[in-house]
Design a protein around this ligand. Structure first.
Ligand code: PLP
Length: 383
């Protein structure tokens, strides 16, 4: 797909060649029945798909607006939507003959998903992780190690996700035998397309499930946005339908404070990790660090297809503060007995805001991208 002025391949020539081979194979495999069947086999038997589309009756009653449904990506093996993409890409890498998978991780969710599929498919696995994130996410670090992954500590800059991605790209360029399994719908072409392809199962299942349950499409779908993979996965089958679509970035301490993770807020376009998109920038146009209570949303850019849907106004992008997300986290846990990831809590908080803009027989679907066990410390320390 063409994203207008966004996207592209802002990488060195030798990496362009490597990406060209990956793109060609990916485009071939999309048409191959056996490849699709293999991917769907693991989604069903290893990940546990289809994930339920759950009617949140207590939350609906509480909000007194549209009917709220939750797409339960939190119930996937390893606890989030990340595994859908990890399975798909490791199968692609295998077909290309790669034996060494590398990946970046911030919160550790993508690192755990990648280490998991590497164990399953007997691949060597190296995870790039910022030194600050290693400290903050020690449980996930231990999980990755026990799954057999090697952790490469990234110390440059702030020692967080952005630098981990930089270093992974450098390694990918220098080491021909390595395949970079990107965790979100970001990076140079063909990554945004690859990640969308393996995540659109979320929206495709939702569309079928809601038709069975309610006999109609939802009025609105909502998803949170870090780089934009669970969201593009949910949105894709609804883009051409008469459905309102909302993408929710992290507003951190508040957009005016500068401590946030909204790439769209300042309307600045730049180059980040091989793509042209909206990015957070300082006065000199340098990429600025993002901030969000939720590590998975803590990224200073947004996938190029989202940039495109923002510019052409098909999707409404908005943001939710840390405080609002924590309130939504507690509310959903109390009302439904479901502990959401802090990332997903941003989407829940947004649904709370707009539920009464809709009629009572309208439907809002929230993509519950992951489970919140990993966030309990964070919530308990929050004041
Ligand atoms: C990583 C993550 C996100 C953010 O990433 P996207 O690519 O924007 O989906 C959201 N929710 C959870 C649970 C995550 O682990």
């Amino acid at each position: 797909m063409n994203y207008g002025i966004f996207g592209g391949q802002y990488v060195p020539q030798n990496l362009k060649e490597k990406l060209g081979v990956i793109a060609q194979k990916f485009n071939e495999l999309k048409k191959e029945k056996k490849f699709k069947e293999e991917y769907l086999y693991y989604l069903k038997h290893f990940v546990g798909r289809p994930s339920p589309l759950y009617f949140a009756s207590n939350l609906t009653e509480y909000l007194n607006g549209a009917k709220i449904y939750l797409k339960r990506e939190d119930l996937n093996h390893t606890g989030s939507h990340k595994i859908n993409n990890a399975i798909g890409q490791v199968l692609l890498a295998k077909r290309l003959g790669y034996t060494h998978i590398i990946a970046e991780t911030g919160a550790g969710q993508h690192g755990v998903a990648t280490a998991t599929v590497c164990a399953l498919f007997k691949m060597k696995c190296t995870i790039f992780m910022g030194k600050e994130d290693i400290k903050r996410q020690h449980v996930n670090v231990e999980k990755m190690k026990i799954l057999g992954a090697e952790i490469k500590e990234v110390t440059r800059g702030e020692g967080t996700l952005k630098e981990a991605v930089d270093e992974a790209f450098e390694y990918f360029e220098k080491h021909q035998e390595s395949y970079y399994l990107i965790g979100s719908a970001v990076g140079p072409y063909p990554y945004p397309e690859i990640v969308k392809y393996f995540q659109k199962v979320i929206g495709e299942e939702t569309k079928k499930q809601i038709k069975t349950l309610e006999g109609k499409l939802p009025s609105a779908v909502i998803a949170c946005i870090g780089g934009g993979s669970n969201s593009i996965g949910m949105f894709t089958p609804f883009i051409k339908e008469k459905v309102d679509i909302y993408g929710v970035e992290g507003a951190g301490l508040g957009l005016q404070t500068g401590y946030h993770a909204s790439a769209i807020y300042n309307n600045k376009i730049g180059i980040l990790h091989g793509m042209k998109t909206y990015t957070m920038q300082d006065e000199d146009g340098k990429i600025k660090d993002a901030y969000s209570i939720s590590a998975g949303l803590d990224y200073p850019g947004i996938g190029p297809e989202h940039a495109f849907h923002h510019k052409n106004k098909r999707v409404k992008y908005d943001s939710i503060t840390d405080k609002e997300a924590v309130e939504a986290f507690k509310l959903l846990t109390n009302l439904e007995g479901i502990i959401p990831a802090l990332e997903s809590s941003h989407a829940v908080a947004y649904a709370m805001k707009i539920a009464t803009n809709y009629k009572k027989d309208d439907i809002i679907v929230i993509c519950l991208s992951g489970r919140g066990d990993k966030d309990l410390d964070n919530i308990m320390n929050y004041s």
